[in-house]
Design a protein around this ligand. Structure first.
Ligand code: ZN
Length: 483
């Protein structure tokens, strides 16, 4: 059997833009011809992966006591303007609905850029007593932001898909625990299912979510060494509960403001991450647990032996389906080479090839997408092998990503180091004074590198001076160029 030799994609590390645009087309993920800037069409191959990602997080949130809800896409302006910092942060990014039919609306509505101000007026009705707490609700939806920077499909658009979870707690401690739980949900999913290495950073004060007391963010490093924020969780304190008068009667009979948190999981951006971090010059590479199709069976048919091969394929197909795997039997009329090419482009993690000689010998050929290796497996050992591959594919993808992150992490000791980092790309780790002005200077002098924050849980030795300005250092931060 020979592999059909189709033109591979460019090398993603050398030319990420070209690679990314080509893979979106080649794997039939996204169509850009809708004609409205920042709005894209998700084709079935993208939508099924997103559905898997949604399920992964929805099931986890459900398990942890959150409940789903659905709020309207429009927000009345009087709700939106209640929290001062929030409106300041979002006003320039809002899409407005000002007309309905032939009439101008008396009170314009806005398309949600995020749902705090849609949900919290209702939280004020629903929460009465300490017995109503915690209230943990989430919605899986799309939000709208009028991005003025250049848009890039899935990475930065004017409509994107996410999950937003909004919690109200009785005490500050419970709210803090909630944020730790959110971080764990995200870390586990990235580590145990998606195989994506990340930096979990507490954002500096000037980069917090509008209205938050503290913001924690997950940054992922892309093949061009830029970083993408894919999830955030925030401690809101009483900022919104005071603005929306969300109060509860405590056990002691006193009226108190609830302590709030919110957690956003960027589903469109996770799709972009899976494509970019794992993909290669042959197309998508998907981790086993998230892949819409985990195993594809391709019969290698010869006229005289077609019957027994198909019979064997069907038997194995049924057996694997019974075990709960998402399996496809490709019995289309295409030649095997064309089938291989198609399933590789789509990133199906495991392919099973069965020909007449395999049936005779009681074996099957197993191809794994991550390493593109072929191995011959005895039919009665196939299920064991798949169990092993499920874990090993995740391990290989994760280690590949970790190596990439490690190789591009640099210690920055001086301004010269910063300039060098800007020239070569990568993630810098440096002693920092904590001043916003210094961060702005870094950004101006490096062509866009930002202070992304302190790594959660990282301990550091006594720091001397800020690598950028020479003033006293207060913390160890990561600097990187974001999308
Ligand atoms: Zn400084």
């Amino acid at each position: 059997m020979s592999e059909t030799d189709k033109t591979p994609l460019p090398n993603k590390y050398e030319n990420f833009n070209e690679w990314y645009n080509e893979i979106l087309q080649k794997a039939e993920l996204i169509d850009l011809r809708y004609g409205v800037k920042g709005f894209i069409v998700y084709r079935p191959n993208a939508a099924v992966i997103m559905r898997q990602v949604y399920r992964l997080f929805e099931e986890e949130l459900d398990r942890l006591g959150h409940a789903p809800c659905i709020f309207p896409v429009v927000i009345p302006f009087e709700f939106f303007e209640k929290e001062a910092q929030h409106i300041k942060g979002f006003l320039d990014e809002v899409f407005w609905v000002t007309k309905a039919g032939q009439h101008e609306l008396n009170k314009p509505l806005l398309l949600r850029p995020t749902s705090e101000t849609a949900m919290y007026p209702l939280y004020a009705f629903w929460i009465r007593s300490y017995k109503d707490l915690p209230l943990k609700l989430y919605q899986s939806n799309s939000v709208y932001r009028y991005e003025t920077k250049a848009t890039k499909p899935l990475l930065r658009g004017r409509e994107f898909f996410w999950i937003e979870a909004h919690c109200a707690h009785r005490t500050k401690e419970n709210a803090e625990r909630q944020v730790l739980e959110d971080m764990e949900v995200m870390s586990n999913a990235l580590h145990e299912v998606l195989g994506v290495p990340f930096l979990l950073l507490e954002r500096p004060p000037w980069d917090r979510f509008a209205g938050a007391e503290r913001t924690y963010a997950f940054d992922v490093v892309f093949p061009d060494k830029s970083v993408l924020q894919i999830a955030t969780t925030h401690i809101l304190g009483e900022n919104f509960s005071r603005a929306f008068e969300i109060m509860y009667k405590d056990e002691d009979g006193e009226l108190k403001y609830v302590q709030q948190t919110c957690f956003g999981i960027g589903i469109s951006r996770i799709l972009a991450t899976l494509i970019s971090v794992h993909g290669d010059e042959y197309g998508l590479v998907l981790p086993f647990d998230i892949a819409p199709t985990q195993i594809v069976i391709v019969p290698i048919l010869f006229k005289e032996a077609g019957g027994i091969v198909m019979e064997k394929c069907k038997a194995i197909f049924e057996k694997l389906c019974e075990k709960g795997y998402r399996v496809m039997l490709d019995d289309s009329d295409e030649r095997p080479g064309a089938k291989f090419y198609r399933w590789e482009t789509l990133g199906v993690p495991v392919r099973i090839e069965i020909g007449p000689r395999d049936v005779e010998k009681g074996v099957v050929t197993v191809f794994r997408r991550d390493t593109r290796e072929r191995i011959v497996v005895r039919e009665n050992e196939l299920e064991e092998k798949i169990k092993e591959l499920r874990k090993d594919i995740l391990r290989v993808l994760r280690e590949r990503g970790e190596k990439w992150l490690e190789a591009n992490l640099r210690d920055v000791k001086s301004k010269d180091d910063l300039i060098m980092l800007a020239r070569e790309g990568g993630i810098g780790r440096m002693a920092f004074c904590g001043r916003e002005e210094c961060a702005s200077e870094i950004k101006a002098e490096t062509g866009g590198f930002e202070v992304r924050g302190v790594r959660v849980g990282e301990k550091w030795e006594k720091l001397s001076v800020c690598a950028a300005c020479g003033k006293e250092a207060k913390e160890l931060v990561y600097v990187a160029k974001p999308y």
